[in-house]
Design a protein around this ligand. Structure first.
Ligand SMILES: NC(=O)c1ccc[n+]([C@@H]2O[C@H](COP(=O)([O-])OP(=O)(O)OC[C@H]3O[C@@H](n4cnc5c(N)ncnc54)[C@H](O)[C@@H]3O)[C@@H](O)[C@H]2O)c1
Length: 398
């Protein structure tokens, strides 16, 4: 193995660049909680991890409610300004990239307004509460001619990108199956209070849009577009205590769903997502079975792929590949092999991809998800809900 392959040695090399060459890009972030922290963390790390960076993010304005939360976030993360009013953020002339990490009901109007104001737009997933809303967003960014990306960050996990490259290179052969689960446990306690993720008006759907959207996007990324779905949904706990301690509030979204899916290319598979799986903290797994190999992935072991080659019609048994070599996706900027990456890194890779697309006029697709991908995912989510409600198979029309 040559010197270039081993981070223990190659990390001591210099690039000859002593200045960040790319432009400064003003960031306006809508949302200052979970994803606000994850995205800000990425913006702060990109300029020195990717050297020289394609652009240097300037943390201009952060927006959130209540005021004390956003003031604290601005100070903690180093944003120049804070506001509780997203229209101010969208109008801010110092902002070139509008990054929407607000609740799902706050994706469409701010993203459309930002695109109309000529800003590049990134929106967290699910792109919108339903396909009609997502389509309006997609059309608005296309019309404005700005770069647009939907925050399907798992496309940027090194092992998942490698799985994509292996499938594209024909190493898996003809794909017969894709099956995926996204399982969590955090609302199993009936006394866990009502939150926005349990409200259809704010979130659009429950486990489906929150977790299912990720595995649906991965199925499209890895295998292709679904043609039909047959689904069931369930809401196990229909009333929850209000967070203020006064009374209860109705849960009107799915706590779990399952769907059988047929892909346009003939592959068949399944999706399942739930927040009622005791012992499963953030258990996102998928398996692809093809004529030449099977590939399996588990987010809680995200630096690994399980691969079983198929020879003479027989699987050789799964072996574990450590996806940490310097020639594996994204690893050239990180650590020596075996010095593993975590959940946060996919966000860093994702936002780097967005900055690179803006600064160097590159395409977001096919490795990043565009608003068109966000729209197609919303069409599939709508079809899953329709199938469950009608008790019949739903044919998907994009
Ligand atoms: N890609 C991922 O891995 C991932 C993970 C979690 C959440 N998400 C998505 O990110 C988005 C945000 O989720 P989260 O977990 O960060 O939610 P959160 O509840 O932690 O944060 C939501 C933020 O929105 C702000 N907000 C709410 N209403 C507002 C208003 N009217 N005006 C201004 N700000 C307002 C809140 O102040 C808060 O900072 C959702 O769309 C969610 O689906 C993606």
């Amino acid at each position: 193995m040559g010197e270039r392959d081993v981070g223990f040695v190659s990390l001591s090399k210099t690039s000859g660049e002593t200045k960040a060459r790319g432009p400064e890009l003003g960031i306006g972030l809508l949302g200052c909680a979970f994803m606000g922290k994850a995205h800000t963390n990425a913006y702060k790390k990109i300029p020195y991890i990717f050297w020289p960076p394609p652009a240097t993010p300037r943390l201009v304005t952060i927006c959130g409610i209540p005021e004390e939360a956003v003031v604290e976030a601005a100070s903690r993360y180093g944003y120049e300004k804070s506001t509780t009013d997203w229209t101010e953020l969208v109008a801010d002339e110092d902002v070139q990239l509008f990054d929407n990490v607000g609740p799902n009901s706050l994706h469409a109007e701010p993203c459309i307004a930002a695109a109309k104001a000529g800003k590049h737009v990134l929106s967290e997933k699910p792109l919108a509460r339903n396909a009609d809303e997502a389509r309006r967003m997609w059309k608005a960014v296309e019309e404005a001619g700005v770069k647009h990306m939907c925050g399907f960050n798992y496309r940027f996990v090194a092992a998942i990108r490698l799985a994509k490259e292996m499938i594209e290179a024909g190493e898996v052969g003809e794909v017969y199956h894709f099956r995926a689960n996204y399982l969590q446990e955090w609302i199993m306690d009936p006394q866990f209070p009502w939150v926005w993720r349990l409200d259809k008006e704010t979130s659009g759907s429950g486990a489906l849009g929150d977790l299912g959207a990720h595995i649906i996007d991965l199925s499209r990324f890895l295998v292709g577009d679904p043609a039909s779905v047959s689904a069931v949904t369930a809401t196990f706990i229909k009333e929850r205590p209000d967070a203020t301690g006064n009374g209860t509030r109705r849960v009107d979204v799915d706590d779990a769903f399952g769907a059988v899916v047929q892909f346009e290319n003939g592959a068949v598979g399944s999706y399942e997502a739930s927040r009622f799986c005791g012992g499963r903290k953030n258990h996102m797994t998928f398996e692809v079975n093809g004529s030449k190999a099977s590939i399996a992935f588990d987010l809680e072991r995200l630096n690994e792929l399980q691969i079983s080659a198929v020879r003479n019609g027989r699987g050789e048994g799964f072996r574990t590949l450590s996806v940490t070599e310097s020639d594996h996706p994204f690893y050239e900027v990180w650590w020596p092999h075996g010095h593993v990456l975590g959940w946060e890194h996919a966000h860093i890779h994702e936002l780097h991809h967005m900055l690179d697309a803006i600064a160097n006029d590159k395409e977001i697709a096919p490795y990043g998800a565009t608003f068109e991908d966000g729209y197609k995912c919303a069409v599939i989510c709508d079809a899953i809900l329709a199938s469950a409600e009608q008790g019949s198979k739903a044919v998907i029309r994009y």
